[in-house]
Write a protein that binds this ligand. Structure first.
Ligand SMILES: *[C@@H]1O[C@H](CO)[C@@H](O)[C@H](O)[C@H]1NC(C)=O
Ligand SMILES: *[C@@H]1O[C@H](CO)[C@@H](O)[C@H](O)[C@H]1NC(C)=O
Ligand SMILES: *[C@@H]1O[C@H](CO)[C@@H](O)[C@H](O)[C@H]1NC(C)=O
Ligand SMILES: *[C@@H]1O[C@H](CO)[C@@H](O)[C@H](O)[C@H]1NC(C)=O
Ligand SMILES: *[C@@H]1O[C@H](CO)[C@@H](O)[C@H](O)[C@H]1NC(C)=O
Ligand SMILES: *[C@@H]1O[C@H](CO)[C@@H](O)[C@H](O)[C@H]1NC(C)=O
Ligand SMILES: *[C@@H]1O[C@H](CO)[C@@H](O)[C@H](O)[C@H]1NC(C)=O
Ligand SMILES: *[C@@H]1O[C@H](CO)[C@@H](O)[C@H](O)[C@H]1NC(C)=O
Ligand SMILES: *[C@@H]1O[C@H](CO)[C@@H](O)[C@H](O)[C@H]1NC(C)=O
Length: 898
């Protein structure tokens, strides 16, 4: 009866109003306007179409039944912020409610319990917190529950999985939302998509997941599942995407009847082991197979396969000893694939089936145990673009066919010898570093016309740098460091327009650098010519390098006064003049230039002299920035762990630097990758972010000069200074008490000066201080005993006549002359507080150079695949010393030059 009345009422109502299709009912319009009023928007214009002068059923996001009742509200991406208002409760007939991609921050309100007709609920990508309410299980018609990318937590109510109509469940990226999967009853599956990636779901997968016969997409990656993978999972008839990566699944893989619809299979980053069974080839539709980072020992294939669509195979980071060599016919029936990654296995030879691969564009066989000669046929694929054979034991290489299309060749860390082979002029990235090559062909540059990156670092190269290298006009990064190259630096080299990183460090280069010419529009960001036998003066034209960030001319024989001409380079971050014959004062009177970015200045082991005016410091703003970080990692290997953000299960491969995880994030502003780059490098089971280290590391080293006068008290303003070394000068006066403002100071060396007075008790406030040397001065009074001070050994204070330690012991050695010095350095001084320059510049360079090279490479699509690895490798290759830094837990880092 009631229904009939209601029907009649509706009928009348419709007759009274003009019969327009799904015209809005007044009370619904009022409710919608009320809703609009109660919502908060970041952009108020979001719902401008919700205007009382128009039909509310025509408003954006509103769906009505034909009788004008609102049944759908799609308010996704409408810049809604704040909590979910109660006024949604007025729409209890809703079938679709989508609030995805807003900025909503509140728990899911209890009033949602009234939406019992709801089919689709979308709340993804908001700041919604709290738990997932149990009442969703009462929504008997629910087909799609989308809650990804919120901040939900607690346990997911498993009753919801019992809703018989449920097809899609998206819970991904709720890092604190967890639970375990329930048993799924037989014949109860309408579930098609189950996305739980990046949640805290755990436990083992129930065998009964095989009852969900409709499942086509499963993504359980980055959760905490363990146990074996139920073999029934692989036989789900409609399954097309299966991603179980980054869990702790273990045991051997077992497939029985496999789904021929499977397109992508990703089981990477688990603890799976044993053989990869030949039945994997029964996934006839497979396009992408990723079994990387497990512990598989063999990949068996024999007999014909029908994997016509397979294009990508990633078996990297396993323990594969060999790929089954099978028979000739099984080789030729191996699918023609596009990319093959076998990095970091235990292969002893290059898999022979590659010989018959004509569509390969990318092959990675790095970090295996491959010996012998690189076979010619490796170049035979018509598509080959990237070949990585780095970190093996290869000894010989023929030049590839002159028609080879290869663009990226990485052969670093092998035992290749003889003359460098030339490559067809398509190569953009050539890394021959860490081999045993002995000479460079004179015409090398003619083959590098497209090359952006070229490294020959750490070989055994002798002879001159061929001037033809200047014909490589696109070169952005050139690294010839750590060889025995001799002769002069070719004049044209520094004049190359696109070159941003030039590293010639640690060779046997001679001659004067006074005449080095840099062009007006120079792109140079890093110039490292340290550790040679160069003489002359700092070239005047360097002042034109307006983008220069790192200049290392240390460990040469340069005789000059302080290079004031560099003062106008406002981008300078690192200046190393160490171990030359620089002389005179370091004041620059005729310039207003400042070094606001300066982080590292090393003038040690020169003949600089005179007093230092406090005003000098005032312009080094970077060092004055307040810094409340944690200890840097530069000084001691121990500190590496302070940057450990996540343990990594892949063992660190010293020969090959470690690995970069593709979780690394980066900021790319369209033209270059800048300081936002966050590179995660694994070392000794830890991952660390290099960027962090680079951006905070600051150092002043003026040791072993003839500076005199008092230490300016303004130095205390360097609130972000980590290392200060003023030892072996002739400083007088007291230690400024303002030093206590250098809150993050980790190493302070004032030894072998003529400092007098007491040790300011405020120094005890420097809680980061882990190295202190005040020895061989004329200090008097008591040594503070609080905090760090009690941990410093007596040698930190020795050679000060008047200094007393509690309990009162007069220093026996006081009054004796300082220990004999070798090359101006005392025999026991070369540790701990001294810093290996190679390492520092490496890390600074990491960022600078990277932006340079990869910024442009990423634009090129082929390269982007390769991106993360390149990102990591490039700078390591510019400054190979970084390997040692992250490779060895050295307690004491020391200078290994000279
Ligand atoms: C509604 O739309 C009409 C015509 O488009 C416009 O004149 C009126 O100002 C709008 N009202 C509001 C409240 O935006
Ligand atoms: C969920 O997060 C809220 C804060 O957003 C917190 O108060 C609550 O304790 C958390 N619940 C659980 C189970 O972690
Ligand atoms: C291979 O891919 C094509 C095109 O995507 C598709 O039509 C075909 O069915 C696939 N082959 C198999 C065996 O799935
Ligand atoms: C991998 O398996 C081998 C034996 O098959 C075993 O010795 C080794 O410890 C395993 N490695 C890991 C990381 O589980
Ligand atoms: C595979 O190669 C190894 C070593 O070359 C050989 O001993 C073995 O017989 C080969 N197996 C087959 C099936 O050809
Ligand atoms: C290069 O030339 C060789 C022989 O001349 C030929 O077999 C091969 O297919 C060619 N490769 C490409 C990529 O054109
Ligand atoms: C460096 O060059 C000098 C002569 O210029 C030569 O005597 C010396 O052996 C070379 N050193 C190395 C390591 O090649
Ligand atoms: C360094 O240069 C000076 C002159 O500038 C010269 O006398 C001296 O021999 C040079 N030292 C070396 C090691 O080349
Ligand atoms: C430095 O600045 C002062 C005042 O701003 C100006 O008079 C002087 O010419 C400047 N000196 C140089 C070398 O630019």
């Amino acid at each position: 009866m009631k229904t009939l009345l209601h029907y009649l009422f509706l009928l009348c109502f419709n007759i009274l109003r003009p019969a327009v299709h799904s015209q809005c009912i007044n009370d619904q319009q009022q409710s919608l306007l009320h809703l609009k009023k109660s919502l908060q928007f970041d952009q108020p214009s979001s719902l401008i179409s919700w205007n009382s002068s128009t039909d509310c059923c025509s408003w954006v996001g509103v769906t009505c039944t034909s009788d004008g009742h609102v049944v759908g509200l799609d308010l996704s991406s409408k810049t809604i912020s704040g909590p979910i208002p109660g006024s949604f409760a007025n729409f209890s007939n809703l079938r679709v409610l989508d609030l995805s991609r807003n900025n909503i921050s509140s728990p899911i309100p209890g009033s949602f319990a009234s939406f019992s007709n709801l089919r689709v609920l979308g709340l993804s990508w908001n700041n919604i917190s709290g738990t997932v309410p149990r009442f969703f299980a009462n929504f008997s018609k629910l087909t799609s529950l989308r809650l990804s990318g919120c901040r939900l937590n607690g346990t997911f109510p498993n009753e919801i999985f019992q809703v018989p109509t449920l097809e899609t469940v998206y819970l991904g990226s709720n890092y604190e939302l967890g639970g375990s999967l329930p048993e799924f009853p037989k014949n109860n599956g309408s579930l098609r998509s189950l996305i739980l990636r990046q949640t805290n779901f755990s436990g083992s997968l129930p065998e009964s997941i095989g009852n969900l016969k409709m499942l086509s997409t499963i993504d359980l990656s980055n959760c905490s599942f363990h146990g074996s993978i139920p073999s029934l999972l692989f036989s789900l008839p409609l399954l097309s995407q299966l991603n179980l990566s980054h869990n702790q699944f273990s045991g051997e893989l077992a497939f029985s009847n496999v789904s021929s619809n499977l397109v992508t299979l990703d089981l990477s980053f688990n603890n799976l082991e044993g053989q990869i069974s030949v039945s994997i080839f029964n996934f006839q539709g497979l396009q992408s197979l990723n079994l990387s980072s497990n512990n598989f020992t063999a990949f068996l294939f024999n007999g014909p396969q029908q994997l016509k669509n397979l294009t990508n195979i990633d078996l990297s980071y396993n323990s594969l000893l060999s790929l089954y060599n099978g028979t000739d016919s099984s080789y030729s029936s191996f699918p023609q694939i596009d990319s093959l990654n076998l990095a970091a296995n235990k292969l002893g030879t290059i898999p022979y089936f590659l010989r018959d691969q004509f569509a390969l564009s990318s092959v990675d066989l790095s970090e295996n145990h491959i010996r012998g000669k690189i076979p010619d046929w490796i170049w035979s694929s018509n598509q080959l673009s990237t070949l990585n054979l780095s970190c093996n034991y290869l000894v010989a290489l023929d030049a590839p066919l002159p028609n080879s299309t290869v663009e990226t060749v990485d052969l670093h860390s092998n035992q290749l010898q003889g003359k460098i082979p030339t490559f067809p002029p398509y190569a953009k990235y050539l890394d021959y570093s860490r081999n045993n090559f002995s000479s460079i062909p004179l015409n090398i540059g003619d083959f590098l016309t497209k090359t952006l990156f070229f490294s020959l670092s750490k070989n055994n190269l002798h002879g001159l740098i061929p001037a033809s290298i200047c014909n490589a006009s696109n070169l952005q990064i050139l690294n010839l460091s750590n060889n025995s190259l001799s002769g002069m630096i070719p004049q044209c080299l520094t004049a190359m327009r696109h070159l941003s990183v030039l590293n010639l460090a640690r060779n046997n280069l001679t001659g004067s650098i006074s005449n080095v010419e840099v062009t007006e529009d120079s792109s140079l960001q890093i110039l490292d010519i340290g550790g040679n036998q160069l003489d002359g003066k700092v070239p005047k034209s360097l002042a034109k390098c307006t983008m220069l960030e790192v200049l290392n001319i240390g460990n040469n024989n340069i005789t000059d006064s302080f290079p004031c001409l560099l003062k106008n380079i406002s981008t300078l971050r690192v200046l190393i003049l160490r171990s030359n014959n620089f002389y005179g004062g370091i004041e620059c009177l005729n310039t207003n230039g400042t070094w606001p970015e300066l982080q590292i200045i090393d003038l040690a082991h020169n003949n600089f002299s005179g007093e230092i005016q406090g005003i000098l410091w005032r312009t080094w703003r970077k060092m004055m920035a307040t810094e409340n970080g944690s200890p840097s990692t530069i000084l001691s290997g121990n500190a590496v762990s302070s940057y450990a953000i996540e343990s990594c299960k892949q063992p660190f491969n010293r020969r090959c630097y470690g690995r970069v995880d593709d979780r690394a994030s980066y900021a790319y502003d369209g033209s270059s990758l800048e300081y936002g780059v966050s590179v995660i490098v694994t070392s000794k089971g830890f991952e660390m972010e290099l960027v962090k280290i680079i951006s905070i590391f600051t150092l002043i080293d003026f040791s072993s000069n003839n500076f005199s006068g008092p230490i300016p008290k303004e130095m205390g303003e360097f609130k972000s200074l980590r290392v200060l070394n003023l030892s072996r000068n002739a400083f007088t006066g007291e230690i400024p008490s303002s030093f206590s403002n250098m809150r993050v100071l980790e190493s302070l060396d004032l030894s072998q000066n003529k400092l007098s007075g007491c040790i300011p008790p405020q120094l005890a406030e420097l809680t980061f201080l882990s190295f202190l040397d005040l020895s061989y001065n004329q200090l008097v009074g008591k040594i503070p005993t609080s905090n760090q001070f009690s941990t410093f050994p007596p040698s930190s204070f020795t050679g000060n006549k008047g200094l007393q330690r509690f309990p009162l012991t007069v220093d026996n050695k006081a009054g004796f002359p300082p220990p004999s010095t070798v090359n101006g350095r005392s025999p026991d001084s070369g540790h701990h507080h001294e810093v290996n320059w190679d390492l520092i510049s490496a890390e600074i360079g990491f960022i600078v150079g990277f932006g340079v090279a990869v910024g442009s490479l990423v634009l090129c699509k082929r390269w982007s695949k390769w991106y993360y690895r390149a990102m990591y490798n490039i700078l390591l290759k510019i400054f190979p010393q970084l390997e040692e830094r992250i490779g060895i837990h050295r307690k004491h880092v020391h200078i290994n030059q000279r």
